[in-house]
Design a protein around this ligand. Structure first.
Ligand code: SF4
Ligand code: SF4
Length: 447
């Protein structure tokens, strides 16, 4: 099919829009003449004026035409598709549409559930030897999803459970994210970040690296992150930062830490802020520990609220002093009057960004809506295309019911849509000891 035929096809498919065939043809001529910046401007106008919030599916059908051929054209086309997809996704989220013409902007793929260490709080540990332990996604399944989704995608994250650096086809992943201009985000325990070839590969992909690190002191870290060695991991991080500085791609990378807050490590958290700043980190994110094993119940800061508030406040002050971005949960309410009960529909937020912007694919091919406890399986990419699943009856139904009085079970008490204050005060959100019996999956972000 020739470009002009495609454009004429679009014109027929989009009756009543502010169609301007001349603008579109001019853009294509400019691409042919390699006047890419002018073509980009015109094509952006063309896309926005004609397709936004209209029938993007027709555009999607022609993506292979846009993406074939000259790499420079492909580069421009993929960037334009992402811009278009982003704005369409915003519009559809605002409207609360159940069926979407846009594709996800962020996709998390669990390339492997294997892990090389055994953190004490990891949900994997509640069922040692279960099938959660060893599944990996085959490379050809990953490629199938990538070819379908990456042209529209902003960010690929490589974690649900497991250690992504154990993925056997990391080289291919790096090639694909570079080909489609996708930001690669990796949450890792950094134990395997121990060779220059791997580090250089990740830097060439302009990786956004989030390192799970739960202690400022050697003893605390080694106890929580069982199997990892504090000194070796610090050495790996320092080497990554050194090679990042030496590479022109390094300035496009980011390095941050994820710190799981618990009784064993809360007192050294302000000291950890110092350590992270010394290591040249860009940010620190935190999450309250979710308890899956009864012997760890005292680790929950729900039972040490005053101590937690004091340490978090010291850490915030330290982060300001050192100029490092720090995200912490709100202080606990010490008055004992925090909200309880279920939020009524008027209090519920209208949107969960996950349902319109993101999706998760687990190592066995299951597609799930998010990483929250009890998330439903909405399809499997072994059996179906991702696009079909993204607009399946179940996915659409979850979106539709989110705004109703009868949301899906997983969404009922979810903090994303819960209009009540006090999410961080409620035991049911952080004490999940019974989940082993119910078979529900937890919300721990691993790596
Ligand atoms: S459980 Fe929460 S995050 Fe997941 S889809 Fe429902 S509302 Fe969104
Ligand atoms: S929390 Fe993450 S790094 Fe730790 S054992 Fe679990 S999967 Fe591995």
């Amino acid at each position: 099919m020739k470009p002009v035929e495609i454009l004429q096809g679009w014109k027929k498919l989009l009756p009543g829009s502010h169609w301007n065939l001349e603008t579109a043809l001019k853009s294509l001529r400019e691409i042919n003449q390699k006047d890419l910046s002018s073509a980009k401007k015109n094509l952006t106008y063309f896309f926005f004026a004609n397709v936004l919030s209209k029938k993007i599916t027709h555009l999607l059908k022609f993506r292979s035409v846009l993406l074939d051929g000259d790499p420079r054209i492909r580069n421009t086309a993929t960037r334009l598709l992402k811009i278009l997809n982003f704005h369409l996704s915003e519009k559809e989220k605002e409207l609360g549409n159940a069926r979407l013409y846009s594709m996800p902007r962020k996709l998390t793929i669990e390339t492997t559930r294997q892990c090389n260490i055994r953190c004490i709080m990891c949900e994997k540990e509640i069922e040692p030897g279960s099938n959660m332990d060893d599944i990996s996604m085959p490379a050809d399944l990953f490629e199938k999803v990538a070819e379908e989704v990456f042209p529209f995608l902003g960010v690929l994250s490589l974690t649900v459970y497991g250690e992504p650096l154990l993925t056997k086809y990391l080289d291919r992943i790096v090639e694909l994210v570079r080909k489609y201009n996708v930001v690669l985000s990796i949450i890792t325990n950094a134990v395997l970040l121990n060779n220059d070839a791997l580090i250089r590969k990740l830097i060439s992909a302009r990786v956004s690296l989030s390192i799970s690190f739960d202690g400022a002191d050697r003893q605390t870290y080694n106890k929580i992150r069982a199997g990892a060695k504090y000194d070796r991991v610090l050495k790996n991080i320092r080497r990554f930062q050194q090679l990042r500085e030496e590479s022109p791609d390094g300035k496009h990378c980011s390095v941050g830490f994820i710190y799981v807050l618990m009784r064993s490590n809360i007192e050294e958290f302000p000291k950890f802020v110092e350590l992270a700043a010394d290591l040249g980190a860009d940010y620190i994110s935190t999450a309250h520990v979710v308890i899956f094993k009864s012997e760890l119940i005292n680790e929950s800061l729900l039972y040490h609220k005053e101590l937690a508030n004091r340490c978090l406040s010291l850490a915030v002050a330290k982060s300001k002093e050192r100029g490092i971005q720090l995200n912490v949960p709100p202080p606990f309410d010490l008055s004992g009057k925090s909200a309880c009960g279920r939020a009524n529909s008027a209090d519920r937020m209208k949107h969960c960004h996950y349902l319109w912007e993101e999706s998760y694919i687990e190592a066995d091919g299951n597609v799930v809506t998010c990483c929250n406890h009890g998330r439903p399986v909405v399809g499997n990419v072994y059996r179906d295309s991702f696009s079909n699943i993204w607009n399946s009856e179940t996915y659409s139904e979850i979106r539709r019911r989110l705004r109703s009085d009868n949301p899906f079970d997983c969404c009922k008490d979810c903090y994303i849509v819960d209009g009540r204050s006090g999410h961080f005060e409620r035991e049911e959100n952080f004490i999940k000891i019974n989940s082993r019996e119910t078979g529900l999956k937890g919300a721990a972000k691993c790596g």
